[in-house]
Design a protein around this ligand. Sequence first.
Ligand SMILES: Cc1cc2nc3c(=O)[nH]c(=O)nc-3n(C[C@H](O)[C@H](O)[C@H](O)COP(=O)(O)OP(=O)(O)OC[C@H]3O[C@@H](n4cnc5c(N)ncnc54)[C@H](O)[C@@H]3O)c2cc1C
Length: 535
Amino acid sequence: MGPRVALKLSRRGWLGAALAAPWVTALSSCSPNALPERLIGGWIGAAHERGHRLREAPRPDFAAAGAPRRAAVLVLGGGVAGLAAARGFVRAGVDDVQVLELEDRPGGNSRGHRMGGMACPLGAHYLPQPGAPAREVDEWLHEVGLLRHEAGRRVADERHLCHSPQERLFFEGAWHEGLLPPADPASATQAQYRRFAALAAAAPAFAIPSHRVPWTAAHAALDEQPFAAWLSQHQLDDERLRWYLDYCCRDDFGAGSAEVSAWAGLHYFGSRHGFHAPGDAESDREPVFTWPEGNAWLVDRLLAPLTGRVHGGRTVLRVREERGGVQVLAARTDGALEAWTAPTVVLALPLFVAARVLDQPPAALQAAAAATAYAPWLVANLQLDRPLLERPGLPAAWDSVAYGSAALGYVDAMHQSLRPVPGATVLTAYATLPAAERAALLTQPFEHWARRVVAEVSALHPDLPARLQRIDLMRYGHAMAVPRPGRARSAAARAALRGGRGRLRFAHADLAGYSVFEEAFIAGCEAAAAPCCGG
Ligand SMILES: Cc1cc2nc3c(=O)[nH]c(=O)nc-3n(C[C@H](O)[C@H](O)[C@H](O)COP(=O)(O)OP(=O)(O)OC[C@H]3O[C@@H](n4cnc5c(N)ncnc54)[C@H](O)[C@@H]3O)c2cc1C
């Protein structure tokens, strides 16, 4: 999906390391253009100083704000889960639903950006066609016109499906279709691909949302160990297979195969399209939905019925449940405090934030928050004046990844455009970082991170520095929950928070212990499913 930033290495050191790797030997004849003296661009998208107000002690007093504003339902957090919850209440006939969101714009991890008049993602950028257990998503996609029924079949609107070629891998000096490293049919690699495919097919059932399949002893056994250990135990040690599986984990879960559980590693395949060795018959693998602005396209559709109900620039600092309703204290961007009150409040916030803002967090919330580790991410949007020079092999695709590096690849925002001749574009490069690098995301300057990203993409495209107009960086300190081993131990706590009941309700992808659109959306729908509490 996007390059993982080369850590702790200078540009020279990083390139040296990269060139030593087998996959970049073809680059040695082609040195990157010099990086410009000064990179134009900056940090965008995240007002971390607002969120960090939650660390202030003592906590502000409710009495410091004026008279509270009343609402029938307050949704705290305007990410996918919060907007889906707000939409659910409006559909159920509750008109006075208000959403308080920390950032100026709603959408959370699924917001978009613009550069040079071109739309691009700031975070999430695709949605697979939902499986049967994600019925709320399926229903909503029909509502917004992405899916329709035709002669008893589900048909997707092709304009929004990823155009071909979808993915390519830079392997041994050339681009290859798909992200699975190529293998000769008679090779040991192919044999391991087949063995992993068989093991993945024999694994217990998985679903998105993950709580809609019963938890079995087989799931529990997978949950207890890291995915990498499970692979070793099954003598799956082929370098190409292991790189690919590690890539999948970093791409979906923000952490590698040594960190996530075997449950998560197999869920990745079992909940969607399985794993197929090259050349083997593949059941219909449907293309994903994607847009130049990524999942911000979906956010705009979620926002449509919520006009006038979403209040940006409101950092929720405290939430207190009282006999007469729930009191909420928020800070506006000018620092002024604002009080709200409602009989029903949905905390559509990351669990660690929900636990911090609540005056008396329930035990289940404390337990679930304590069990959730978060991955930091860096997302770089690189505006180019024209397309980059191409290497041999598959032409430019939507998603480009380099084999053998810690990188995740980059997506091309203009890939979905129907223009006849390629031109200016924006590449969105993604990087997951180890938790130890979280502080550096705040303390190291823009220039430091921008140079790393540019050096990294330049290793694939030496003409990048000459084409680069601007680079904008989005940093996520706590981007997504990492599904580490031990999921079963916090499952009861997460289940207790799920589903709408009572005055205080919870909705966030964190309730699943990992983060994808469907989990966030369904958590929001479930929070809105039960009737509101009276005032
Ligand atoms: C870089 C990146 C790429 C991703 N790519 C994909 C992808 O391609 N496809 C996919 O399905 N998923 C992807 N994801 C997962 C993504 O997290 C989910 O799809 C979804 O957007 C999560 O929504 P959410 O509402 O659960 O959480 P969030 O997006 O975390 O929403 C929480 C909201 O609460 C707000 N908030 C936090 N604290 C406060 C406060 N104190 N007061 C008020 N508001 C507050 C936040 O600003 C945010 O808007 C990606 C995630 C990241 C980080």
